[in-house]
Design a protein around this ligand. Structure first.
Ligand SMILES: [Zn+2]
Length: 240
């Protein structure tokens, strides 16, 4: 295997590395049942991040950029800390509340923190998935194989029959793959629990079954102590 223009062979391990982030783009896997090993291609951290966060502004949604004012951030940390259990138990989150209450930032911090730990994450939204013409894109494949899929802003997509069908296919695939899903939405929990028609009902039903609802409201943040938030987060991630 030859290194491409943006790659080099690292003398320390003899593997192909990325010139940009210096991470490895090759990994060593022992041959099953025999001697020796092979060295398949893998994504270096910067490629993994570029694929997982197709919208560049998401790069800034990190713990380092948190101003510490929002007690709900405790839940973000708890979800990341308890990621192994969340993944094992297929525990997702449904972050709902008014515009500007920090839901996307919350979800983005989880995505970035897990990507930093080499967990394959994809954070995207339905309009961006649906706006594409037919064809298989890396992002679409990742929607199925990513360990964590984050769908930002559920409910802003058009309510066409085609859109509803595509959305159900993605949500249902996640459900069947038993891998966690995090959804943010400006919809009210009442609207999600009382869908207007069957097409919405089957999408929302799947989400409610696997995602623990977390309310985002400025008022509640001020009333809620950090200790209570932490306890709530523990409960969320321990929910089976
Ligand atoms: Zn790289």
């Amino acid at each position: 295997m030859e290194p491409a223009g943006d790659e080099y062979i690292e003398p320390a391990d003899g593997l192909i590395h990325c010139k940009k982030c210096h991470g490895s783009r090759q990994t060593v896997v022992p041959r099953f049942g025999g001697s020796g090993y092979f060295m398949p291609r893998c994504l270096c951290p910067c490629k993994q991040k570029a694929q997982g966060l197709p919208d560049r502004y998401l790069y800034d949604y990190t713990f380092a950029n948190d101003n510490g004012q929002n007690p709900a951030m405790e839940k973000t940390h708890a979800y990341v800390e308890h990621w192994k259990e969340a993944y094992r138990d297929n525990t997702g989150l449904l972050l709902f509340g008014d515009v500007g209450t920090g839901k996307s930032f919350f979800a983005g911090c989880i995505a970035n923190a897990l990507l930093d730990r080499d967990v394959p994450v994809l954070m995207t939204n339905f309009p961006s998935i649906l706006n594409r013409q037919t064809g298989v894109f890396a992002e679409d494949r990742l929607a199925f194989i990513a360990s964590l899929l984050v769908i930002d802003d559920l409910g802003v997509e058009r309510n066409t029959e085609y859109a509803m069908e595509q959305i159900f296919t993605i949500i249902d695939s996640r459900y069947r793959s038993k891998k966690p899903l995090i959804v943010t939405t400006n919809l009210k929990l009442e609207e999600i629990k009382n869908p207007p028609d069957l097409a919405h009902a089957r999408i929302y039903g799947r989400i409610l079954e696997r995602c623990a609802p977390v309310l985002f409201s400025g008022k509640n943040f001020r009333e809620e102590g950090a200790r209570a938030a932490k306890a709530a987060a523990k409960e969320i991630v321990s929910k089976g």
